[in-house]
Design a protein around this ligand. Structure first.
Ligand code: UFG
Length: 327
């Protein structure tokens, strides 16, 4: 299929583009490079621009005969969203509407949407299944949930079919080692611990040691970026085969604590990391673990990198080879 990958030059998007090109889809990347990297995607696939620009959308969709959209063009920092909800609703909802309207105008019927575990908020259960209560605790999660709801009504009114994938903690890099995570500023645990192992930062601060978990630190479900991309391919295939609009969780179903992640980076890298035990970061739930049975059963998704060691190993390869990221 001819797929428009919005935000395709970013961390998750660039791995998606690579996955699309493998089984013979065509990928056109639309990215304003506010977060993404030109070097992360094939040069001839990149259209530089904004997904809120309706005229540009019309041009790109028509020129390339776009049949489906994958949408990675979000702001995604929970902390920032607390102080700048305006930016989050503007980018993730208002601009997202412009994208949907562009799809409707150009009769592009299929969308795979990057959603998040943050739509659940403070969980009442582990693992979290798709029927859990949706009660975001920050504007980031709220903006993603708002968009999921909009999608439901765009399906009812305009026949736009969508699958929302609620990611848990995306991590790792393509095993080839030439693309990977490069955020500025970096806020995510695995790249920060790796930077400490590489001596590019003095230590890693552990946000909270008094959580109700076995070692007192937060537990997360880390999922390899290529396994995420694979799920998008399956979602696309399902939509093209007539599937109804829905949402799926995407995680491995096993949780690792912050201290376990640090130990894993030490094992994989063979280097010591200094952990500084600190206070909690506002808004962090103690445990976030995905129940991903539905996507396994309904779409046949199977993670190929379920072990934290493998995930960290691929991240280590990328950061070791590119200590300054794409620069
Ligand atoms: N952490 C530290 N020290 C750091 C950075 C993170 O201890 O320097 C801890 C966090 O407190 C958390 C864990 O490591 O317990 C993972 O933190 P990340 O920032 O890597 O990821 P989050 O779990 O906060 O965020 C992820 C996604 C978001 C999504 C959120 C849902 O990246 O997009 O889960 O809660 F919204």
């Amino acid at each position: 299929m001819r797929v428009l990958v919005v935000g395709g030059a970013g961390y998750i998007g660039s791995h998606m583009v690579r996955a699309l090109l493998r089984p013979g889809h065509e990928a056109v990347v639309l990215d304003n490079l506010s977060k993404g990297h030109r070097e992360a995607v094939p040069a001839d696939s990149l259209v530089l621009g904004d997904f809120g620009d309706g005229e540009l959308l019309d041009r790109v969709m028509q020129q390339h005969g776009i049949e489906a959209v994958m949408h990675f063009g979000a702001l995604s920092l929970v902390g920032e969203s607390m102080t700048r909800p305006d930016k989050y609703f503007q980018n993730n909802v208002a601009k997202g509407l412009a994208l949907l309207d562009g799809m409707v105008r150009n009769k592009v019927r299929y969308l795979v949407f990057s959603s998040t575990a943050a739509v659940y908020g403070e969980p009442e259960q582990a693992p979290i299944t798709e029927d859990a209560r949706l009660r975001p605790t920050n504007p980031y999660g709220e903006s993603k949930l708002a968009f999921e709801k909009i999608l439901k009504w765009y399906d009812a009114a305009f026949g736009l079919k969508s699958i929302s994938l609620r990611y848990f903690n995306a991590a790792g890099a393509d095993p080839a080692g030439d693309i990977g995570e490069d955020h500025s500023p970096e806020t995510h645990l695995i790249p920060l611990v790796i930077q400490a192992a590489l001596g590019r930062r003095g230590n890693i601060r552990v946000f909270g040691t008094d959580y109700p978990t076995p070692d007192g630190t937060c537990i997360r479900d880390y999922i390899h970026i290529n396994d995420l991309a694979e799920a998008h391919l399956l979602a696309l295939k399902a939509l093209a085969g007539g599937a109804e609009s829905t949402a799926y969780n995407l995680g491995n179903g096993s949780g690792y604590s912050v201290l376990e992640v640090i130990r894993t980076v030490e094992q994989v890298s063979g280097r010591k990391v200094e952990a500084v035990l600190g206070g909690r970061r506002a808004g962090d739930p103690a445990v976030l673990v995905a129940g991903s049975e539905r996507i396994k059963q309904e779409l046949g998704w199977q993670p190929k990198f379920p072990e934290l060691e493998e995930i960290v190993g691929t991240a280590w390869k990328w950061h070791f080879g590119h200590p300054d990221g794409f620069k």
